[in-house]
Design a protein around this ligand. Sequence first.
Ligand SMILES: CC(C)(COP(=O)(O)OP(=O)(O)OC[C@H]1O[C@@H](n2cnc3c(N)ncnc32)[C@H](O)[C@@H]1OP(=O)(O)O)[C@@H](O)C(=O)NCCC(=O)NCCS
Length: 411
Amino acid sequence: MEILDYEHDRDFEAVKRILYEVGWLEDEDDATAFEAEARASRGFVVSIEGEAESAVFTVPGSLRHGDADLEMTAFTGVVTSRVARKLGAATRLTARALAVGAEAGSEVAALTMFDQGYYERLGFGTGAYENRIRFDPATLRVNRSFRPPRRLTAENCRDIYQAMRARQRGHGSIVMNVDGGLQAELSSYKATKTIGLGYYDGDDGALSHFLFGQTSGEDGPYRIRWFAYRSSEQLMELLALIRSLGDQVYSVAMEEPPGIQFQDLLNQPARNRDVSEGSKHAGAHTTRAHAQFRILDVPKCLAKTHLDAENVTFNLRLSDPVADHLQAGTRWRGVAGEYVVTLGEDCSAEQGRSRRLATLHASVGAFSRLWLGVRGASSLAVTDDLRGDGDLLRKLDRAVRLPQPHFGWPF
Ligand SMILES: CC(C)(COP(=O)(O)OP(=O)(O)OC[C@H]1O[C@@H](n2cnc3c(N)ncnc32)[C@H](O)[C@@H]1OP(=O)(O)O)[C@@H](O)C(=O)NCCC(=O)NCCS
């Protein structure tokens, strides 16, 4: 099995065939959109008898922890053809891409999973629950006016990309450096079935707040996949705009904006959910965790971590399964090892061990979840690969009190 860097002219047709096989592409319009995305990404392929049969694509970006931004490698595609399954191809390609990212300076990696279980084998841990809401726009409790918006299409992808980068961001949010890739994503929606509306209130007339998604029929459901705003006022104007669609559209689905309890904004949510049950417009609130991420460099991540807490210092014995999947000769071998970690206003991690300190044992996935605040140490000790004595776990519970992390960038 040969692992190669993706070369567009050599590999595109074979990778396109894989994407048709796994059902990610349905027609040549999708393939054209994907081609732009492939060109804007870094790729790796497993080649069997001269043809790419498995591929992984990544883009660089950053992830916010508190007020600090960490260099990130984001995985935008992991696929294996029907003739190369279960050979370890995708696992080895993902490991390679992690190593290349880490060696280039990435401090974390992120992806959205197809299911739980697979990427844990490469050291990933599961992110926070996301709430997806489907609601009747006419039931939005937004008592304010809105201005006529500007219409947006995939042609406005640069404006949308800049608005995503400049949006109001919280803990765990990401940006991806995918200028061309976003164009591909937006043009992969059928042009006649998109809804794009926004306001250019930014400096120099930049797009400040917008929504972009897909429509369906006359009454919906509409699915808003992308939205951004720089202030709560702008969020409320977008919601007032969505409410105005309620004269025609019966249902709209979107992710809950980070930090907002969306049900607060709905009139009679229980009644509307129950009376619409069984309809394609049924009011719904679904919760699931689909993001995964992992630390690629423990000392660098900890050096950028600032907690509102008294110092806790402990030994960290970290395991990392990625090394089993890396080729010989790869310089980055994962982050397994022993560290002395301090959590507090200024956090740190140094390689080594102190006899005087209590020890936390963890897989990199579980420790990554603790570090980003997905769950506390005591909770992870029950459900994930993390253990330590009760006193240490309680101290860690008190030290790491972070808002729930949300990417806020669909991919
Ligand atoms: C997911 C996918 C890329 C795996 O490709 P692959 O090259 O066959 O994978 P590998 O050979 O590296 O790994 C397969 C192993 O992972 C295991 N695995 C797969 N899904 C798993 C899960 N959810 N939990 C635990 N293990 C899992 C398999 O059982 C197999 O184990 P085995 O070798 O012991 O039998 C491939 O099935 C695919 O292309 N699927 C469709 C596209 C897709 O969903 N991509 C992922 C996007 S996030």
